[in-house]
Design a protein around this ligand. Structure first.
Ligand code: TXA
Ligand code: MG
Length: 328
């Protein structure tokens, strides 16, 4: 049985004890749920890879309570300090040169000499990291290849008994994984788009480029992997629906038709998921993984997704949808 506890002084203390003892603890962050383990303990980290069925070449993000803690494990230059001052705690991960003496397990970094690190903003995650007093490596709490989990229910559906303990902190408010910003190159590179965008970062550190992994040598190993894919086909930028398809909508569906007859507005609830009826991109981001999970059942032959504008956090939503559409 998976133990699920809401956040209290007692559950935080229990979760912190479990982490220090080398066990897995799943916890809420503002982005997605994380599957955490002590980043200093190779045996504990191995349990993460096993539970998720994650390829060992894909490194993990280390979570710490604040910037001072981060500096124990990575070298922060002026650019790193500038973005950390503005966006930590928050949905931004920095890839920085790793300090060997920090003692982070080689399994966490998959042998790279860089380390991905972030300071989560969720109050439960903050309390947990302070109580544990150790760096916590945590990938998204889903089986490798599936959409990330944004509620405790998703975690149980995806990982089941493989997760012994969940510190439940509600539905994630951001809903998409953190922006991964590589600061080890001359030009800062976004390896994974998220709620913090290039536009947000450029006033602080100058030109920022996107590396979507479609190069000969992707810098982020995670970009190599099939990701976020439901078990049924996902069709993007739909302007109408095929018979048997479900719809992920954005904005009004008043004028959307079903080929062969019918209107989207008359679809039964199990065939339609509204990301945001008002066309709000942040609301859509918070709902996207829940939508991909909710409509993924044998009664639907596929999912049609309406166009989502590629601006602001819409860039990150489109990145995840593009990967979802590539299949498993
Ligand atoms: O929002 C998030 O970042 C969530 C929550 C739990 O914090 N975590 C998360 O972890 O999304 P994960 O493991 O699902 O994704 C980490 C991504 C992967 O694409 C991985 O390849 C990349 O970060 N990554 C990790 N370390 C890296 C490094 N040293 N250099 C480049 N990419 C790295
Ligand atoms: Mg993940």
């Amino acid at each position: 049985m998976t133990i699920i506890k809401t956040i209290s002084d007692a559950s935080i203390a229990e979760a912190a004890d479990r982490l220090r003892a080398g066990e897995l603890v799943c916890f809420a962050t503002e982005t997605v749920y994380g599957l955490g383990a002590n980043a200093l303990d190779g045996k504990a980290i191995a349990k993460i890879f096993e539970a998720k069925n994650r390829p060992s070449f894909n490194p993990l993000i280390v979570h710490v309570a604040d910037k001072k803690e981060a500096e124990k494990y990575v070298v922060m230059d002026a650019r790193a300090r500038a973005v950390a001052a503005q966006f930590w705690p928050g949905p931004l991960t920095l890839v920085l040169p790793r300090k060997k003496e920090g003692g982070i397990s080689d399994l966490v970094t998959a042998g790279l000499d860089t380390l991905a690190i972030r300071v989560p903003a969720h109050p439960g995650a903050q309390k947990l990291l302070k109580a544990a007093g150790i760096p916590v490596a945590a990938p998204s709490a889903n089986a490798s290849g599936e959409p990330s989990a944004t509620t405790p229910r998703h975690v149980v559906d995806s990982l089941g008994e493989r997760v012994p303990f969940i510190l439940a902190g509600g539905a994630c408010t951001v809903g998409l994984e953190s922006t991964v910003l590589d600061l080890t190159q001359t030009i800062p590179l976004i390896l994974r788009p998220g709620a913090v965008t290039a536009e947000d970062l450029e006033p602080l550190i100058g030109v920022v480029e996107y590396d979507d992994g479609n190069t000969d040598k992707p810098r982020s190993p995670g970009q190599l992997i099939k990701h976020y894919a439901p078990s049924i086909p996902v069709r993007l930028n739909a302007v109408d629906i095929n018979q048997g398809e479900a719809l992920i909508s954005f904005g009004p569906v008043t004028f959307m038709g079903i080929r062969g007859g019918g209107a989207a507005k008359d679809l039964p609830p199990e065939k339609i998921f509204h990301l945001s009826e008002t066309g709000d991109l942040h609301e859509a981001a918070a709902n996207i993984f829940a939508a991909l999970r909710a409509l993924d059942h044998p009664g639907n032959i596929g999912m049609a997704v309406m166009n989502i504008p590629a601006r602001g956090v819409g860039i990150a939503i489109n990145d995840r949808l593009k990967r979802a559409a590539q299949g498993r």
